[in-house]
Design a protein around this ligand. Structure first.
Ligand code: MN
Length: 702
């Protein structure tokens, strides 16, 4: 029967006498507070907090954690206020108890919900004081150890929660021993029959393996001795739950899993690890590709070890882990290992946060030494579930998304239509860029507009497959319908010059031409024209081949409305805007590119009717068009701000600003601004000219 005296004896091996006394006081306080309460097993309630404290004592946790363990159910179960605990035991302990109580109140229904709704609170409690989590884990461990007294349904619920929530947390914190115990106890409660069957099978296999295990162990020992190396060799067995998962997940037979022989060699220092590795590679041939150096590159939770697999005698695979005692401690106890090694000398009240930080810092340093800090810096945020973000819809529904997801991913996750018609987003009620990566806990609201279309640029930042697929699909449809409509206009324009029109051409003739071109429907042909794969002129001649072959009357230009979308692009070299004289250059597969008539890049082909087409701007042209301006001005403070506000005042948008300093006095600023047309541009330039210090403004045309 565990008692407070027994515990106090154990504590005195590593805690100061006054600290042990504080733990005692907390015990008696809890005993009184829980007086009359019994556990389901019939024992006095206080046996539970005592057992929890005892688990923490095994990890050599500090006296404040132990006090919190003693008191952890007091607020929750006895109605004693937090303030009362503060008065009795101080701020730190009462904060710890409060944190544990809050974690206890969380109800984990489904995994996704649980993680989303509660992970933040948990992460926050943890960031504030990691010991809250450690006490909570110890609490859960004792509850798991005494699960049998509960009814079937409750037992399963707790076991499930342990497997889904607490075991991963323990893993995240590098607490291997605790994770294994959580998993095996959880497995047993969830699947008592399967667990028992595997346990029996392992017991049988152990008997059969005994001889081989002993032989291998002996040969490793002898090998180390020959090399003059000191090391402790132990056989390892996989725990039941991991065997079960391997059998299910990887569909491997029990025998296959048990055919692997696993050993651990624990040595004094890092240098010895590598020498032992060399020795065992000499003893048996290593399996290529299986060697892992987690000493040089530790895992994200701080785990360090060398792993290798050897071909033993008769080809038996032998898995070997080689590590120092310290790494072994770290591998078993993870974050809690820090307390084990803490010397009493610097016990000064450094603050709890500092301690958690210290552990984190230690791991961080290891990672940096390994030159692989990126992965870990991510987890310094103490993100328990590092590969997912959880965000909320405005109605409070939780969405689980992969890390790095943006509002667009969110929109598509909500509904395809929302994604397709999304134009902007609010993150925590503020407008934010659609490309911004979402953070857990944010509330995301998507602003949609009817008729809006998905933007190809989104492909640069979306991370979910769903968003990607839908954007590509929408893009394809959009491109097709735009190509068809441009193709139709191009074709009709050419037909008009022959005094005809698509509507005037007989269905039979169209069918005949489609057959000639081997396409099924007219839309395919129009799309080809729109994309520049076929010349409208040639197709028009084919369509008219039988009715007349008169020479075309002079071409009227095709009008550009600014709404042609993907199949009509504005040349980057000369950036035409409405009002400029323009020509269209048709390039295969890309559709039409609009150039300034004076653009040098099309000088050679301007008069080739197969490649270029006369264009003009429609009266109702709409949209924003980029132009580049070069502004020379006297250098002055706050110059960019003045330029920006001037452009804005004239309703222009600045897309990009670049600046060169000519000499100390003159600056040259490149502005890319978007305007509606030439008139608008003139207005912007006029405003800019009126600024003090502006010497010259030039519109750039390559
Ligand atoms: Mn408890």
């Amino acid at each position: 029967m565990p008692s407070i005296d027994g515990l106090a004896d154990r504590l005195s091996t590593y805690l100061a006498a006054d600290q042990v006394n504080l733990v005692r006081r907390a015990y008696f306080y809890a005993e009184q507070a829980h007086d009359g309460q019994r556990r389901r097993s019939g024992e006095a309630y206080v046996t539970h907090p005592l057992a929890v404290a005892s688990i923490l004592a095994d990890m050599h946790m500090d006296h404040q954690s132990l006090m919190a363990a003693m008191l952890h159910d007091v607020i929750e179960d006895t109605g004693i206020a937090k303030e009362a605990l503060t008065a009795q035991f101080g701020e730190t302990v009462s904060e710890l108890v409060d944190g544990v109580s809050k974690l206890t109140q969380m109800n984990f229904e489904t995994k996704a919900e649980a993680q989303a709704e509660n992970f933040q609170k948990m992460a926050m409690a943890m960031a504030r004081d990691i010991r809250v989590i450690l006490v909570k884990l110890a609490d859960r461990l004792h509850n798991m150890r005494t699960l049998e007294v509960l009814s079937g349904e409750k037992r399963r619920r707790i076991a499930k929660e342990t497997l889904e929530i607490y075991a991963p947390i323990a893993n995240r914190l590098g607490m291997h021993s605790m994770r294994v115990e959580f998993e095996d106890l959880g497995f047993k409660a969830m699947h008592p029959m399967r667990s028992e069957r595997i346990r029996a099978a392992v017991r049988r296999a152990r008997g059969n393996r005994k001889e081989i295990v002993a032989k291998i162990e002996e040969s490793i020992h002898a090998c180390l001795q020959r090399e003059g190396l000191q090391g402790e060799v132990t056989g390892r067995e996989k725990h039941l739950y991991s065997i079960y998962q391997k059998m299910r997940g990887k569909r491997r037979a029990f025998n296959e899993i048990m055919d692997v022989y696993a050993f651990r060699i624990v040595v004094d220092k890092v240098d010895t690890c590598y020498r032992v590795l060399g020795a065992v590679h000499n003893l048996y041939k290593p399996l290529p590709g299986r060697f892992k150096d987690y000493i040089a590159i530790p895992k994200a939770n701080g785990y360090q070890s060398l792993h290798t697999t050897l071909f033993g005698m008769h080809g038996v695979p032998i898995e070997i882990q080689i590590r120092t005692r310290e790494m072994e401690e770290m591998a078993n106890n993870g974050i809690a290992a820090h307390w084990l090694y803490k010397s009493d000398a610097d016990e000064a009240p450094k603050g709890n946060h500092a301690r958690a930080r210290q552990w984190v810092k230690g791991v961080l340093e290891m990672q940096q030494r390994a030159g692989n800090s990126l992965e870990f810096i991510e987890s310094v945020k103490i993100d328990l579930f590092p590969d997912e973000v959880y965000v909320f819809t405005p109605k409070g529904k939780i969405m689980e998304l992969p890390k790095g997801s943006t509002a667009v991913d969110f929109a598509y996750a909500v509904h395809t239509d929302v994604g397709n018609s999304c134009i902007a987003c609010r993150i925590n009620r503020r407008l934010a860029p659609l490309s911004q990566a979402l953070e857990s806990g944010s509330t995301v609201e998507i602003v949609t507009a009817p008729g809006a279309r998905s933007n190809p640029a989104w492909l640069n930042f979306v991370v979910t497959g769903k968003a990607r697929t839908h954007i590509r699909h929408a893009l394809k449809l959009q491109r097709r319908s735009e190509s068809i409509s441009l193709g139709e206009r191009l074709l009709n324009k050419t037909l008009t010059s022959f005094d005809s029109h698509l509507e005037k051409i007989s269905a039979e003739r169209i069918q005949a031409v489609l057959a000639e071109y081997r396409v099924d429907v007219i839309e395919d042909l129009l799309e080809d024209i729109g994309l520049g794969n076929r010349m409208a002129y040639v197709v028009a001649r084919r369509l008219l081949a039988e009715s007349n072959d008169a020479a075309p009357s002079p071409d009227g230009p095709l009008a550009i409305r600014g709404t042609e979308g993907l199949v009509l692009n504005y040349a980057k070299c000369c950036t035409p805007i409405p009002g400029d004289p323009i020509v269209g250059h048709i390039s295969a597969g890309k559709g039409m590119v609009v150039h300034l008539e004076s653009c040098k890049n099309i000088a050679d082909i301007r008069n080739n009717p197969e490649k270029c087409i006369q264009l003009n701007w429609a009266k109702d042209v709409t949209g924003e068009f980029n132009v580049e301006l070069r502004v020379e001005l006297e250098h002055q403070r706050g110059l960019i701000a003045v330029l920006a506000s001037t452009v804005a005042a004239a309703d222009g948008n600045i897309e990009k600003i670049g600046m060169d300093e000519r000499d100390g006095r003159i600056s040259v600023v490149q502005l890319i601004i978007s305007v509606h047309d030439r008139v608008h541009l003139a207005r912007v330039i006029k405003k800019l000219r009126s600024l003090a210090g502006v010497i010259r403004i030039t519109r750039m045309r390559a």
